[in-house]
Write a protein of this length. Structure first.
Length: 509
C-alpha cells in the first residue's frame, strides 16, 4: 500500500470512527419513536440548519454538479440557481408554518402523519399512498448516495465498485440503525462543516496554481472558447435554450416536497431557533453552491488528465489528490478533504434511510397495520426497515455506470411533484380537502414515472423527446388537481377550518 493510500485510509478511519461514536452516544439517548424520528423536537439552530442543508445536497453537490459543469461549462449552473431560490423560499415561507401546524395537528411526527391529521383521513388512504410514494422515490434517492460512495472508494483506493458500494452502505447503516434522528442530525452538522471547508479550500489552491494563464489551461484541456465555457448562457459550446434554463430552475420547486428536509423544520425546538437556522442555512447553501460550480470550472483547467463522461463526476476527488500530493502531512490533509465528499454522501443517505424507516414503521406498520403496537416494537421495526431499504438501494446502485445526477434528478422530481404542491396547499389554503390531497399526490407521482420512464413517444420517453424536466410540469399538474378536485368536492369540516385558524393564531408556549 502506498503512502497516499495509507494517509487517506487513516483519515477515513478517524472520520468514520467519529460517526460511529456519535451513533452509539445517540442510541443511549433514543428512548422513544419521537426521539428516533424527531430527536424529541430539540434541535438547536446550528444543527437544524446544517443538518437540513447537508442532508439536502448529498454527493450531488461535490460530484454530480461539478462533474456536469466540468464537461459542459457554467451553463449547467442554472440548477444551482434554482436550488438556491428554492432553499430561501423553503426556509422563509414553509419552515415556521409547517412546524406550527405539525404541533397543532396532534403532534405529527412524519409528513404522511401530518397529512392524515390535517385532512382527517380516518380511512388512512392518504397515509398509505404518501408512505408508498416516499419509499419508492427514496429508494432511488438513497441509491444515488450509495453510488456516490461506491465511486469515491473506487477512485481513491482502487477497490472494485461493488466492494466500495457495500463498505459505504455498511457505515451509513451502522449509525443510522443505532441512533436514529439525533445521530443523523449530529453527524450531519459535522459533515456539513467539513463539506464547507473542503469546498472553500480546494478550488482556491487549484486556481492559484493556474491563475497565470487560466484561458490557456482550459484550452489545453479541450475548451476552444473560454469565454463561452464560463458564460452562464452557454453549455457544451452552444447557447442554452429557454426550455433548458427553465427546467433547471424548476429544481427549486422540489424543496417544499422533500420529507428529509421538512422534518428538520418540524424538529427545531423553538421558533426563535428556527429564525436563526434560516439565516445559517441560506448562507451555507449560497457559499456551497457557488464553490461547487467553481470547482467544475477550475477543475477543467487544473487537472493534468482529461476526464470523460463516465469519470467527470470524480473531478473534485482528482483535484484533491493532485493538490495534496507529496509528503505524508499533505496526503493526510487531502484525506480529510476527501472525507468532505464522504460527508456529503453520508449526510443524505442517512436522512433518506430514516425517512423510509419512519414511513414504513410509523405510518404503515403502526398507523395502518398495528395501531396497538407498543413503542418499543415500532422502534425495532424502524431499525429493521433501515436495513431492508439499504439492501434494496444497493441493488439499484449496483451498476457501476449509475449516474449520480440522473438518479437524484428522478427522485427529486418524484418527491417534489407528489408532495410539494400538497404541502403548500395544506399550509396556506384552508379549502384544501382530502380528495384534493389524494389526487395531488397520485397525479404528481404518476406523471413523473410516465414522463421519465415510459417510452410512449416513438419508443422514447417524453423527457427524451422534449428535454423538459418532469418536475416543471408535474408540480403544476399536481397543484391543478388539488385545486380543481377540492373545489368540486365537499368543503372541509368546521373542525378542519378551526384548526387552520388556530395555526394562524399560534403562539409559542
Amino acid at each position: 500500500m502506498t503512502n497516499s493510500s495509507i494517509a487517506i485510509l487513516i483519515a477515513f478511519i478517524l472520520y468514520l470512527g467519529i460517526m460511529i461514536t456519535v451513533g452509539l452516544v445517540s442510541m443511549a439517548k433514543t428512548k422513544s419513536t419521537e426521539d428516533y424520528f424527531l430527536g424529541g423536537r430539540g434541535l438547536n439552530s446550528w444543527i437544524a440548519a446544517l443538518s437540513a442543508q447537508a442532508s439536502d445536497m448529498s454527493g450531488w453537490l461535490l460530484m454530480g454538479l461539478p462533474g456536469s459543469i466540468y464537461l459542459a461549462g457554467t451553463g449547467k449552473a442554472w440548477i444551482a440557481i434554482g436550488l438556491f431560490i428554492g432553499t430561501v423560499l423553503n426556509w422563509l415561507l414553509i419552515s415556521r408554518r409547517l412546524r406550527r401546524y405539525t404541533i397543532v395537528a396532534n403532534n405529527s411526527l412524519t409528513l404522511p402523519e401530518f397529512f392524515q391529521n390535517r385532512f382527517r383521513d380516518t380511512k388512512k388512504i392518504l397515509l398509505g399512498i404518501s408512505s408508498i410514494v416516499i419509499v419508492i422515490f427514496f429508494l432511488v434517492y438513497t441509491a444515488s448516495a450509495l453510488a456516490s460512495g461506491g465511486k469515491l472508494f473506487n477512485t481513491v483506493f482502487g477497490l472494485s465498485y461493488h466492494t466500495s458500494l457495500l463498505i459505504g452502505a455498511a457505515v451509513i447503516l451502522a449509525y443510522t440503525f443505532m441512533g436514529g434522528f439525533l445521530a443523523v442530525c449530529t453527524t450531519d452538522f459535522i459533515q456539513g462543516t467539513l463539506m464547507l471547508v473542503a469546498l472553500l479550500t480546494v478550488p482556491i489552491i487549484a486556481y492559484a496554481a493556474i491563475s497565470g494563464d487560466f484561458a490557456g489551461a482550459l484550452a489545453a484541456h479541450g475548451v476552444a472558447d473560454s469565454g463561452t465555457f464560463t458564460n452562464l448562457f452557454y453549455a457544451d459550446g452552444e447557447k442554452c435554450s429557454a426550455i433548458s434554463i427553465v427546467s433547471d430552475l424548476a429544481w427549486g420547486l422540489g424543496y417544499c416536497g422533500m420529507p428529509h428536509i421538512l422534518v428538520r423544520f418540524m424538529a427545531v425546538k423553538s421558533e426563535k431557533e428556527l429564525k436563526k437556522s434560516s439565516v445559517i442555512a441560506i448562507v451555507w447553501v449560497a457559499i456551497s453552491l457557488i464553490a461547487a460550480c467553481i470547482i467544475g470550472v477550475v477543475g477543467r483547467g487544473y487537472l493534468t488528465e482529461l476526464l470523460n463522461n463516465s469519470s467527470s463526476e470524480n473531478v473534485f476527488i482528482k483535484m484533491i489528490q493532485q493538490a495534496f500530493s507529496g509528503n505524508f502531512a499533505l496526503l493526510l490533509i487531502g484525506g480529510l478533504f476527501l472525507c468532505g465528499i464522504l460527508a456529503a454522501i453520508m449526510s443524505t443517505a442517512d436522512s433518506q434511510l430514516l425517512v423510509c424507516a419512519s414511513s414504513a414503521s410509523k405510518d404503515i406498520y403502526k398507523n395502518i397495520l398495528r395501531p396497538d403496537a407498543e413503542d418499543k416494537k415500532v422502534l425495532n421495526i424502524s431499525r429493521i426497515t433501515v436495513l431492508v431499504i439499504a439492501v434494496l438501494a444497493c441493488l439499484i446502485a449496483w451498476d457501476p455506470e449509475s449516474s449520480i445526477m440522473g438518479l437524484v434528478s428522478d427522485a427529486w422530481a418524484g418527491l417534489g411533484s407528489a408532495f410539494g404542491p400538497l404541502v403548500v396547499c395544506a399550509l396556506f389554503w384552508k379549502r384544501t380537502n382530502l380528495p384534493g390531497a389524494v389526487s395531488g399526490i397520485i397525479s404528481g407521482g404518476l406523471f413523473v414515472i410516465i414522463w421519465d420512464y415510459l417510452p410512449i413517444i416513438g419508443g422514447q420517453t417524453p423527457y427524451a423527446v422534449t428535454g423538459i424536466y418532469s418536475l416543471l410540469l408535474g408540480f403544476f399538474i399536481s397543484l391543478a388537481c388539488i385545486v380543481v378536485v377540492s373545489l368540486l368536492t365537499k368543503a372541509p369540516s368546521k373542525e378542519m377550518i378551526d384548526e387552520f385558524e388556530k395555526v394562524n393564531q399560534y403562539t409559542e408556549g
